[in-house]
Design a protein around this ligand. Structure first.
Ligand code: NDP
Length: 246
């Protein structure tokens, strides 16, 4: 178990999928958890209710990661509600699949805004509220290192960007005792990438372990990185992909 008693965490995009699993796991380890959503208020409220029913503390905040002011507001609201931040998990992310000839520039801008600019804005504000022992964890993707099919170039680019950002921020923040890491999942069964979706068989065919992963499996890796035990791990991109990139 990762002992997070007394810690304060913010998980972006915590209403569904991997983010909801992370929020619940961090709360189970003892952290007070704020989670953001963009349009899924009912689902976000349900995650809060689940955490509270298990004896934890949680808060849902509407904050579009594409809007830097909203992201900054969510960090400040978390600190007001629970105290200064210990753990930031940049999980909110969006995808759009199309080859270069079909890819709209507006979608390029949206993916960069949420997956990269939103992460930068969140970290910048969060570290103003974070002391020694702080943890910044971003959910990247296996696609940062190996792209299993066409139509994923822009998504992969955004996830490669956060891997690079992670390495650089680890250098910036190491002297303050704050670690910065990147978790790179392979296919995880969520609304973004359902295990029975159009690309599921193609994804499965590339895996060493021939099944989709679960949000709980990703959350376990995040819980380790958030824990005091992981204090010497920083600047790392840890892949959890059923062997896709092996
Ligand atoms: P889902 O689409 O299932 O859930 C996305 C979550 O992010 C929801 O809580 C959603 O909120 C929130 N969100 C989406 N856009 C925004 C935004 N603009 N601002 C704030 N919150 C937002 O995604 P997954 O759980 O599958 O993915 C989570 C992360 O993991 C992403 O970064 C994704 O790129 C990454 N990932 C996923 C993989 C997979 O196979 N599933 C593989 C590799 C990486 P709301 O309910 O309000 O829409």
């Amino acid at each position: 178990m990762a002992d997070l008693a007394g810690k304060v965490a913010l998980v972006t995009g915590g209403s569904r999928g991997i983010g909801a699993a992370i929020a619940k796991r961090l709360a189970r380890e003892g952290a007070a958890v704020a989670l953001t959503y963009v349009s899924g208020k009912d689902k976000a409220d349900a995650v809060v209710r689940d955490i509270e029913a298990a004896g934890g503390r949680a808060l849902a905040l509407q904050a579009d990661s594409a809007d830097a002011e909203a992201v900054r507001g969510a960090v400040r609201e978390t600190a007001r509600a629970f105290g200064e931040l210990d753990i930031l998990v940049n999980n909110a992310g969006v995808g759009y699949l199309a080859t270069i000839t079909e890819f709209p520039l507006e979608e390029f801008d949206r993916l960069v805004a949420v997956n990269v600019r939103g992460v930068f804005a969140a970290v910048k504000e969060a570290v103003a509220h974070m002391g020694e022992g702080g943890r910044v964890i971003t959910i990247g993707s296996m696609a940062a290192e190996r792209i299993p099919m066409s139509a994923m170039a822009v998504y992969a680019m955004t996830k490669a960007a956060v891997a690079g950002l992670t390495r650089g921020l680890a250098r910036d923040l190491g002297p303050r005792g704050i670690t910065v890491n990147n978790v790179q999942p392979g296919p995880i069964d969520t609304d973004m990438s359902p295990a029975d979706g159009a690309y599921a068989d193609l994804f499965r065919s590339g895996l060493a372990i021939k099944r989709f992963g679960t949000g709980d499996e990703v959350a376990a890796m995040v819980a380790y990185l958030a824990s005091p035990e992981a204090g010497f791990v920083t600047g790392a991109s840890l892949t959890i992909d059923g062997g896709n990139n092996a």
